[in-house]
Write a protein that binds this ligand. Structure first.
Ligand code: FE2
Length: 195
């Protein structure tokens, strides 16, 4: 995952051009989370600008900060088929993920004792908006055969999200088994060491 850098001075202007409205600068400018989510939903996106900002990379999904104010932050995430986030929270921030291109899948988790278990799996289509609460723990992946692009608006700006160990999650989210040990060349096999 790589986070390309936009010149700090351009952040506000890019966000306004992209959404058609300026991001709130101060916390008190946000009437409520529902108001902020509704503003995002009613944005008049500059699709040409969006296409210029999208960055697909085979090594992993890209996460780009479009703008960050005292009150909130706007991120653009580009997903190739098969790419996925880790299971994560949002550092206590709330907001919404708006799927502007393609399809994504969200898996929400809930604590069952000291384990995270999947609570609900939602398929998101182009135009759908997923609301994220301060206690939301989820994983997003692109299970489709096409690229996907999502805009994420969080308030307050994320102070760091916690990635959860996938081994705490059920079998389907465990990392792949480690590759088998490299086979040694014939004749150079070592004897097992005594313990
Ligand atoms: Fe998230």
């Amino acid at each position: 995952m790589r986070e390309p850098i936009i010149d700090q001075r351009e952040h506000g202007a890019v966000a306004q051009a992209l959404l058609g409205w300026p991001l709130p600068e101060q916390t008190e400018d946000i009437v409520s989370m529902a108001w902020l989510v509704e503003r995002l939903r009613s944005s008049r996106v500059d699709w040409g600008l969006l296409d210029k900002l999208v960055r697909f990379e085979p090594s992993g999904y890209t996460r780009q900060t479009i703008a960050r104010t005292t009150a909130c932050e706007l991120l653009l995430v580009s997903w190739l088929p098969g790419q996925a986030s880790r299971v994560h929270d949002h550092g206590g921030s709330g907001g919404a993920s708006w799927l502007v291109r393609g399809m994504l899948r969200e898996t929400r988790f809930a604590w069952a004792g000291d384990r995270l278990v999947p609570e609900v799996i939602v398929g998101a289509n182009e135009g759908d908006l997923l609301v994220e609460f301060p206690d939301t723990i989820h994983r997003i992946d692109n299970a489709s055969r096409h690229g996907a692009v999502s805009l994420h608006l969080y308030a307050p700006p994320m102070q760091g999200m916690t990635p959860y160990d996938a081994s705490l999650a059920p079998e389907s989210l465990r990392p792949p088994r480690p590759l088998a040990a490299k086979r040694e060349a014939p004749g150079r096999r070592r004897r097992p060491r005594a313990t």
